[in-house]
Design a protein around this ligand. Structure first.
Ligand code: ADP
Ligand code: MG
Ligand code: MG
Length: 192
């Protein structure tokens, strides 16, 4: 895994999150508290500042710094969840260069922190879908859209959206959409 590509990935992700900040918060207004865009924009912007300041030179160090920044700068469920993902990815990158292995570790980090299983209408659904598609060599931007659309019909049973029960049906999960941007920009940057 190429460290320059990983840095490019995180920069593209930050830009995308900032472009879609209002939309992400609008999605969160429907089934949560309306702050997901703001949370992610703050966290990713701080992450870029930290990466520029410290300029880590290995994939392990880049993921570690990204994760620690997200955990510490985002108030809201998504910060510790994305943060755990990146910290777990850093650990996995110490002994593997393989994308699917590293993302699997990221998913495990999210699940260890948040205890959500696949199908509970959270970002776990996007991460698990991406890993499945990668294993079959079928990860494309269209597949990413399909995975997030599939969460629409699910009932949220974890996080704030779970307070709505059946009324969460028909809405996109904001964290699934921000994770879609994460993987879209991963493809754009050519990280493999
Ligand atoms: P908060 O809910 O604290 O306001 P955010 O709005 O930033 O935090 O993030 C909400 C997103 O976090 C949800 O859309 C969902 O994808 C994700 N999420 C919430 N709880 C969990 C969990 N237990 N496991 C995985 N993802 C979760
Ligand atoms: Mg929220
Ligand atoms: Mg909140």
């Amino acid at each position: 895994m190429d460290v320059a590509k990983v840095k490019e990935w995180l920069a593209l992700f930050t830009t995308k999150i900032n472009e879609e900040k209002a939309y992400l918060s609008e999605l969160d207004s429907a089934i949560g508290d309306g702050d997901h865009g703001m949370n992610m924009a703050r966290g990713t912007t701080e992450m870029m500042v930290a990466l520029k300041e410290k300029n880590p030179e290995t994939v392990v160090e880049v993921f570690k710094l990204a994760g620690m920044t997200l955990v510490s700068k985002v108030g809201g469920a998504s910060g510790p969840l994305y943060g755990s993902a990146f910290i777990s990815m850093a650990k996995a990158a110490m002994s593997s260069e393989e994308l699917v292995t590293i993302l699997n570790a990221g998913l495990a980090g999210i699940q260890k922190r948040g205890k959500a299983e696949v199908g509970e209408k959270t970002m776990v659904d996007m991460w698990a879908g991406v890993i499945g598609a990668l294993e079959n060599d079928q990860l494309t931007a269209d597949v990413l859209v399909d995975i997030s659309e599939q969460t629409k019909d699910k009932i949220a049973t974890k996080g704030r959206a779970s307070y709505l029960g059946e009324r969460s049906i028909g809405h996109l999960d904001p964290g699934t959409v921000s994770s879609r941007y994460l993987f879209e920009t991963m493809l754009e940057a050519g990280v493999n």
